[in-house]
Design a protein around this ligand. Structure first.
Ligand code: BJ8
Length: 429
């Protein structure tokens, strides 16, 4: 494996702290991922991707910058990657799935913020995230109050552009988001020095649509019983979708899907044992390396077959309309329409998300739903109550969990998850 110490040091990474992080992750990864039996061969690429997330991928981004390209770091699926690509820039996600530099974070943010926000702030303040250090601009949004105010604070450390995301889906919200996208185009054009053309935006839309189609294909394989891929592996792919080179990633997901579809065909002739319990996880996104809940569910005998999260369906469930033959303005309107189809809990009302969960439990033959919210995340925690009530009325088993990134509640969570799965097993007979 290459030694990237010099690259990290040149980026201003705190090497001793980064070493601690890099030492802890392989152990966790082996425990959560590599210990799984019968993994698809196509997962080898994603294992390599994770192991090189701070190495080879960062080097690629630096080479892109040496050629005059720009890198934009994002924290939300609202930020239109299509526009970033159309200006010749690259969009990457930010690390945010582990507690880091908490003492430093609590000097600038209140203690009871959601773990996701504290984590990405900790990665910046603790200087352990090379994505922050290669980024020319962080693109934030006003989805929830915590993020809205935290991006203000983050702006003291790195250039930040904040997009005002809509909270409702009325005509005025479409118009506002369309105007926000125009403002974003100006920002990215000024940063990159590249003007968007119809051809470049068409290309950006096609690339992102192809990535989403590949992820939709992956998701569709999980309707099979038994599902040909573990929920943890599927989650890993959804998580890395925010980091990898878009064309390479799309190709690798499609190769994996070929293998999964072959597995499904083979299972049909071999009378393979169906999944014991098929689970949907719904709620706040799980950023790398937040694998706590999926690991507990699958260790207790559940098979996660659907992820109703932004590291999941919410990211790829909708495509931008076909861009061929359209003007830039028409394509921007299409991006607006797709964005307003996102069913994040930051919207009000958001009945469409609950309706989708009910519909998908049938489509994916789900035995029970685990609703997951990070502590102090008001949008998802509050919506979880409504979700629970309506699912129960529809006869669907559901359990709500609230947690953070600490390991302190693992025992308690394990007990609750095992008890829930036992109930599901009895119900299933
Ligand atoms: S579109 S889910 S990625 S906002 S967990 S920071 S909501 S307090 S992440 Fe999200 Fe975009 Fe919505 Fe998706 Fe706030 Fe909640 Fe923290 Fe959250």
């Amino acid at each position: 494996m290459n030694d990237y110490s010099q690259m990290w040091s040149d980026l201003g990474i705190d090497i001793p702290s980064h070493n601690i992080l890099m030492t802890a992750l392989p152990e966790l990864y082996t425990d959560v991922y590599l210990s799984q039996p019968d993994r698809p061969q196509g997962m080898a690429y994603f294992d390599g991707l994770i192991s090189q997330l701070h190495g080879e991928r960062i080097q690629e981004l630096l080479e892109h910058k040496q050629r005059g390209g720009k890198v934009l770091a994002t924290m939300c699926v609202f930020v239109p990657e299509e526009i970033v690509l159309a200006c010749g820039a690259i969009a990457v996600g930010l690390c945010g799935g582990i507690d880091w530099a908490t003492n430093e974070v609590e000097k600038v943010l209140p203690r009871n913020m959601c773990a996701l926000i504290k984590s990405f702030m900790g990665f910046k303040l603790g200087k352990v995230c090379p994505y922050f250090e290669v980024a020319d601009l962080v693109v934030g949004e006003t989805t929830c109050d915590g993020k809205k105010k935290s991006f203000e604070v983050l702006g003291d450390y790195i250039p930040v552009h904040v997009m005002e995301t809509p909270q409702m889906k009325n005509l005025i919200d479409y118009q506002m988001w369309d105007a926000e996208l125009q403002r974003f185009i100006e920002v990215v054009e000024n940063l990159t020095g590249n003007k968007i053309s119809a051809a470049s935006l068409q290309n950006g839309i096609s690339k992102v649509n192809n990535k989403r189609k590949a992820l939709q294909r992956l998701s569709a394989t999980r309707k099979a019983d038994p599902s040909p891929i573990s929920g943890k592996d599927a989650l890993l792919i959804y998580q890395t979708a925010f980091y990898d080179d878009i064309d390479r990633f799309t190709a690798k997901v499609n190769v994996l899907c070929d293998e999964l579809e072959q597995r499904i065909s083979a299972a049909a002739t071999q009378h393979t044992v169906p999944d014991k319990l098929r689970i949907m996880v719904s709620g706040t996104p799980m950023a790398v390396p937040n694998w706590k809940i999926p690991h507990l569910i699958e260790s207790a005998g559940g098979r996660i077959v659907f992820d109703e999260m932004c590291t999941g369906e919410r990211y790829f469930q909708n495509l931008v309309a076909q861009p061929e033959g359209k003007s830039v303005a028409q394509m921007v309107t299409d991006i607006t329409r797709r964005s307003l189809e996102i069913d994040c809990a930051c919207f009000t009302p958001n009945q469409v998300r609950i309706d989708k969960v009910i519909a998908k439990t049938a489509e994916y033959n789900v035995d029970g739903v685990i609703h997951y919210a990070l502590q102090s995340c008001d949008p998802f925690t509050i919506e979880g109550f409504r979700m629970e009530k309506q699912l129960k009325e529809a006869g669907i088993a559901i359990m709500r969990l609230e947690t953070d990134y600490s390991q302190e509640d693992v025992g308690q969570l394990q007990t609750r998850i095992e008890a829930f799965l036992e109930t599901l097993a009895e119900r299933k007979g």
